[in-house]
Design a protein. Structure first.
Length: 267
């Protein structure tokens, strides 16, 4: 965490990517990025849900353990899932504590800065659990805020600014700003001492984070602020279809098994 703050002071851009299992964790480890996030976006990327809300604490921990087997160098952070920290500081402590005790995660991320949330953050930080904040588009509030760009009006920008200052005050070691106007992120980057890590928040941030599946073109619904670097889904589908065709073709040309010689046990 201190390294990230040093990088901010030095003007070295922080890079962060999400991972959801050991395979994606290995890609993220090999990327040389600074932070690996077991994001609750895995509810959509890996589990097929249409929002991040359904993923449970148990499921997040299962994925965090798998990612943790592949991540050695980057700081490993896990998202606290919906309703694991909104039901009071005791439950939040128990949930966050489980990530630090039962997975290799070194910090947790949680969304928003309502007074109940900042009270939870304060409690976690004072107990030695590092917390990354997350403002702007907060997917756990999708039914209230939608998927669109946030903080577009001047009063909303001022509200977000106050929340960012509050999160810093409560001890967050870094802040993710998602899908907000670039000028606001740029202003907060200058105003805050903690690193500001943007996603769809323009280029003038202390760091950038992306959902790895979006970057690699693996997600069916691409957010408007990420241009995939590969057409992976199409490529994978093509290769798998071609393999199936090849097997059927080879099967047709090979001689059929003799009826008096059926496959034995263990075939
Ligand atoms: O869950 C997630 O993937 C996130 C993004 C901000 C990276 O929180």
């Amino acid at each position: 965490m201190r390294d990230l703050q040093t990088y901010k002071r030095q003007g070295r851009i922080i890079t962060a990517l999400t991972a959801w299992d050991a395979l994606s964790g290995a890609w993220v480890e090999a990327s040389g990025c600074d932070v690996a996030l077991v994001g609750d976006s895995l509810a959509m990327v890996s589990l097929g849900h249409s929002t991040t809300l359904p993923v449970s604490l148990e499921a997040m921990m299962h994925h965090a353990q798998a990612v943790g087997r592949a991540i050695h160098r980057p700081l490993l952070v896990a998202d606290l899932p919906f309703l694991s920290y909104q039901c009071g500081p005791e439950r939040a402590m128990a949930a966050a504590g489980r990530f630090l005790k039962e997975t290799p995660c070194q910090a947790v991320k949680l969304e928003g800065a309502e007074p109940e949330t900042t009270a939870v953050i304060n409690r976690l930080v004072r107990s030695g659990i590092p917390v990354m904040g997350h403002l702007g588009l907060t997917p756990q509030s999708v039914h209230r805020l939608g998927w669109g760009r946030q903080a577009c009006s001047a009063p909303d920008q001022e509200r977000l600014r106050q929340k960012a200052l509050d999160l810093q005050q409560q001890g967050c070691f870094a802040l993710v700003l998602e899908h907000i106007p670039a000028m606001l992120a740029s202003r907060l980057r200058r105003e805050l001492e903690i690193p500001v890590i943007g996603i769809g928040a323009g280029p003038d941030c202390d760091g950038q984070i992306l959902v790895t599946a979006d970057l690699l073109g693996l997600t069916p619904s691409q957010p408007p602020f990420v241009k995939p670097r590969l057409q992976s889904t199409e490529m994978f589908k093509r290769e798998l279809q071609s393999w199936c065709r090849e097997q059927r073709h080879q099967g047709q040309t090979a001689s059929p098994p003799k009826e008096d010689n059926p496959p034995g046990p263990g075939y």
